[in-house]
Design a protein around this ligand. Structure first.
Ligand SMILES: Cc1cc2nc3c(=O)[nH]c(=O)nc-3n(C[C@H](O)[C@H](O)[C@H](O)COP(=O)(O)OP(=O)(O)OC[C@H]3O[C@@H](n4cnc5c(N)ncnc54)[C@H](O)[C@@H]3O)c2cc1C
Length: 477
């Protein structure tokens, strides 16, 4: 585990400021007990362990506002935290006051007629999905960490997940926000309107801001009709290009009802089968590439009919080598596990350099081929695990250490190795962070690739809202 010194440290916070914050939130609203605080200081994979002079657990927007104002007046830095599932270290404090939204879990409103629900930020993504379901509606954002990731966290990282292909990223699913600004003022933008052309769409600035422009305390989220049928299949291909060709075909063939199209290379799948209990080979033979495809329809028979039509056409055109359609929900869940357990399987296999890149779909197959060659040239024997939401042009292009190599030696090469992957993504008009954000981990590196005019504009916005730079000061530009 990296030590706290790996990241810039916030200055010490005066005892008087700590006392003022404690008085605002009362005894249930803060903690300095290591048993309570430590789990919030350690990143999910154990990659970083931070520290904080005070964990604050406000229970209302007013409390957040008062605490932030105290911090602003005294120039004290803050790190906001939701479920602590972020993968780039943005939620881990290194001396900042840690504000957790975990007690802010009120369902403020559910309005099926407006197709919106207004939720406080501390509710988990899974709870949000269940609240929507309770109102006979569907909230489509879904990702492997949904039992822990929060509404505030997924909005602050503009999370993607498995249904982006059909419904878009979090940015597309938010109709309004309530945010405590760095000065402590409350921006009340909890609109549930689909249309509002009265100037800048300010909420979009806070989405994906990784806690640098304020603390999101509540959100108005868009709801969709529940789908009455779903069909899940696993398909084998001889090349990643064939998988992409099928995706293009699938979008046409199914009238835009493909919800997920997840690509997996054989090596990654073999690690899942090796390390994750109760998993089994999905097809009768091994293939170089696989895709997990999910189609959903409002028509009770629609999804399986669309899937069968699609696969029939794909076999005829020799796009696919083999396919299995899940016969029931248990089998569909088994197929999904093969995709979702990739991270856990990689972790069990050994040290890895993780990447979260996107490139235009039309260049994806070529990018992965060239990336493989470039990594082999850089570190012969490195093992590539490529998987991800390829429907969105997003791939986790991860590199596991060569067999027999010392993990310390491999980790020491991480920055140079990642540069190979990221330089190539940039050359292919891509992004070095398609999903997880920049956090503390990638902010400096991103400066090499980001348009300087965009960086200057972002800095100007931040300076206007947070002239003392108290909000997550070492995250973003
Ligand atoms: C197993 C696993 C699978 C994942 N899969 C995906 C995936 O498919 N797609 C994807 O996009 N991401 C994925 N992620 C990462 C994803 O970013 C997080 O899961 C999620 O979006 C973060 O939510 P959180 O509540 O845990 O936020 P945290 O980790 O607590 O915080 C993340 C960032 O948001 C800020 N923040 C948190 N809450 C607030 C708030 N209320 N106001 C202002 N700032 C705030 C923090 O300061 C930090 O910078 C995955 C993570 C894991 C562990």
């Amino acid at each position: 585990m990296s030590t706290a010194t790996a990241f810039a440290e916030a200055p010490a916070v005066a005892a008087e400021v700590i006392a003022q914050i404690k008085a605002v939130v009362g005894d249930a609203g803060w903690s300095q007990d290591p048993g309570r605080v430590d789990p919030k200081l350690t990143e999910w994979r154990g990659k970083w362990k931070g520290h904080t002079p005070l964990l604050v657990l406000p229970k209302s927007t007013e409390e957040v506002s008062k605490v932030v104002k105290i911090c602003y007046d005294n120039g004290v830095a803050i790190t906001p935290q939701g479920g602590n599932t972020g993968l780039v270290g943005g939620q881990i404090p290194f001396g900042e006051i840690l504000i957790s939204l975990e007690r802010m879990k009120t369902v403020r409103d559910v309005a099926p007629t407006d197709d919106t629900m207004v939720l406080e930020s501390g509710l988990t993504l899974l709870e949000a999905q269940q609240i929507a379901e309770g109102a006979n509606r569907y909230f489509p954002l879904s990702l492997a960490a949904e039992g822990t990731a929060t509404v505030g966290g997924v909005i602050s990282t503009n999370a993607g997940g498995t249904a982006v292909l059909r419904y878009g990223v979090t940015r597309d699913l938010v109709s309004g926000l309530e945010v405590v600004l760095p000065t402590g003022e409350i921006f009340n933008g909890l609109k549930r309107l689909r249309k509002d052309n009265t100037g800048y769409d300010l909420k979009q600035m806070f989405i994906g801001a990784e806690g640098t422009l304020g603390i999101i305390t509540a959100a108005s989220l868009k709801l969709f009709p529940i789908m009455n049928s779903r069909s899940v299949a696993i398909v084998g291909f001889e090349s990643s290009q064939k998988a992409i060709d099928l995706l293009v075909r699938a979008k046409q063939e199914t009238g835009g009802t493909v919800e997920a199209f997840e690509l997996m290379g054989r090596y990654g799948l073999s690690l899942v089968l090796k390390h994750i209990p109760d998993t089994r080979e999905p097809l009768s033979a091994e293939y170089p590439w696989y895709a997990l495809i999910e189609v959903a329809s409002g028509d009770p028979e629609g999804a399986s009919a669309a899937m069968e039509r699609l696969l029939e056409a794909a076999f005829e055109e020799e796009l696919v080598l083999d396919a299995a359609i899940a016969q029931n929900e248990t089998q569909a869940a088994e197929f999904w596990r093969l995709r979702e357990d990739h991270s856990a399987a990689e972790k069990a296999e050994g040290a890895a350099w993780k990447h979260d890149v996107s490139v235009p779909l039309s260049r994806m197959a070529e990018y992965m081929e060239e990336g493989d060659k470039a990594i082999q040239a850089f570190l012969p024997g490195a093992r590539l695990v490529a998987f991800g939401h390829v429907g969105d042009g997003n791939v986790h292009f991860n590199v596991i250490l060569p067999e027999g190599m010392d993990a310390g030696e491999f980790n020491a090469m991480r920055d140079a190795g990642s540069k190979v992957v990221h330089d190539l993504a940039h050359a292919y008009e891509g992004s070095i962070s398609a999903e997880h954000g920049l956090g503390r981990m990638k902010t400096q590196e991103a400066l090499q690739y980001k348009d300087p005019v965009a960086v200057a504009a972002m800095q100007a916005v931040r300076q206007a809202l947070d002239p003392k730079r108290i909000m997550n000061p070492h995250v973003l530009f």
